[in-house]
Design a protein around this ligand. Structure first.
Ligand code: NI
Length: 257
């Protein structure tokens, strides 16, 4: 069984066949997934999906591109939902910094990044980090905390192998998705070669970032084997080993039995 550590099945791209697709995952070797929240409006559908399937879990948090409308009241509500008995929330995410577009302003992104890290510490849940074009500020923020107990994933990792190893040392897993199958992913291939398998988790980030040979199409956990195979080839180990170790990693991190 492969574990998909990062999906967005609440996305409207799955409106036509959501139930059918999610129901078909176990028979196709996908043993579980964490549906990660992006904006505030997605909280409810994300929780609903996690409630509906016993192999589905939720992560609650606000993506850096969607923090414009955040306020203390919403943050309090997220905390309440995470603490609720039987909530199936296993992480805070996705949170972080995205400087690809000029907005939201960096100061706003940083404020809610820090607020949500503090939230994760209060509720004792690992963090799922989204960081794009913001290597320095992300590192500066994360280095102020000790994640060796709490744990976390730097998802869709897009920086250098040296930085990946830095995060591994500080308690993070490195999230590897469809980009690893792209021909021009030289830097990411180096990351996978350098980072120990014990610190790698697999993810699709579906509906985005479908691996080759499906690049550009709607992604789903059904394409995880293409990511897994590429990782196995780069590490020079069997696919069975990558499957076993990355699933153990995901369950250890998310504290799933
Ligand atoms: Ni995502």
């Amino acid at each position: 069984m492969i574990f998909d550590t990062h999906v967005h099945y609440d996305d409207s791209a799955f409106d036509e066949d959501r139930d059918e697709l999610i129901s078909s995952l176990p028979e196709n070797g996908i043993g579980g997934f964490v549906n990660v929240c992006a904006d505030y409006a997605s909280i409810e559908p994300v929780l609903e999906i996690a409630k509906k399937y016993d192999y589905a879990y939720a992560a609650l948090g606000i993506h850096p591109s969607d923090v414009e409308d955040m306020d203390e009241k919403k943050l309090e509500n997220i905390e309440k939902l995470i603490k609720k008995r039987g909530s199936r929330v296993v992480a805070v995410g996705e949170i972080g910094l995205d400087y690809h577009y000029p907005e939201p302003f960096r100061a706003i992104q940083k404020k809610w990044f820090v607020e949500q890290i503090e939230l994760a510490l209060r509720v004792n849940k690992p963090v799922i980090i989204h960081s794009r074009d913001a290597a320095e500020d992300t590192q500066f923020t994360l280095d102020r905390y000790d994640f060796r107990e709490l744990g976390g994933i730097v998802h869709c990792f897009s920086y250098s192998a040296a930085l990946a190893l830095h995060y591994v040392k500080r308690g993070f897993y490195i999230g590897i998705g469809g980009v690893i199958t792209f021909k021009n992913a030289r830097k990411l291939k180096e990351v996978v070669s350098m980072v120990p398998l014990e610190s790698i988790v697999l993810e699709t980030d579906c509906p985005y970032l479908a691996p080759e040979p499906y690049r550009g199409q709607r992604n789903s956990s059904l394409y995880l084997p293409w990511i897994l195979r590429t990782v196995a080839n780069l590490k020079g180990v069997s696919e069975e080993m990558v499957e076993r170790v990355t699933t153990e990693n995901a369950k250890r991190l998310y504290r799933i039995d």
